[in-house]
Design a protein around this ligand. Sequence first.
Ligand SMILES: C[S@@+](CC[C@H](N)C(=O)[O-])C[C@H]1O[C@@H](n2cnc3c(N)ncnc32)[C@H](O)[C@@H]1O
Length: 225
Amino acid sequence: MARRRKLNDRAARHDTAYRRAKQENFAARAIYKLEEIDKRFRVIKPRASVLDLGCWPGSWMQYAATRVGPEGHVFGIDLRPVELALPGWVAHEVADVNDWSPEGAIAAAGRRFDVVLSDMAPQTTGDRASDQWRSEALLLRALELARAALRPGGHFVGKVFQAGRFPELLGELRASFQEAKAYQAKHTRAGSSEQYLIGRGLRINIAAEQARDRASAHDRADESD
Ligand SMILES: C[S@@+](CC[C@H](N)C(=O)[O-])C[C@H]1O[C@@H](n2cnc3c(N)ncnc32)[C@H](O)[C@@H]1O
């Protein structure tokens, strides 16, 4: 009985969030999950540079744009084009994270990112195990891109449908960030295995390792010219 009430509470909260997002002109109710995470873990600061992986329809970019303000920068990528009107300090492009690297976006912004967000989710097939496996693969790719794109000390928020590789994902997060936590947002659908992995403070040695790898890849490319 108590469990049923808890599920119903979640469903009601979910519907309220959907209606509220519509009323407040946000692209999706997902905005309230990011707001909740940001209030709790303080990841997005004024003037920050934010990379948003899986940004369509755009509610996380709306939130991040307001938090960073006109002296900040938000860059989103998704398989689908974003069709929202967004402020001038927001840019986005259509790309698959598996074929995309952040060098161009870093060069355009003139600095490395302070925050990498990933709300990516695979198109669901109805086969829970396969959906979870693909969600874990997206989270691993998001972590890889975060290590390549963040400044030392930068923060990461990434969504995953929790399954068998969850301990491995948490281990990767711990190895890369000074603080690593798993968090289930209050606005998560009832019965969902969705979790957010929060990494605060990209470790300096990880950032240095990435910079060394990039420099040697650059040298190899020069030699082959
Ligand atoms: C839940 S939606 C993101 C909602 C977004 N945070 C918002 O607030 O509007 C998940 C997105 O992940 C994107 N996605 C999934 N796989 C991707 C990939 N390989 N590369 C880029 N985006 C991907 C999907 O196209 C989808 O738009």
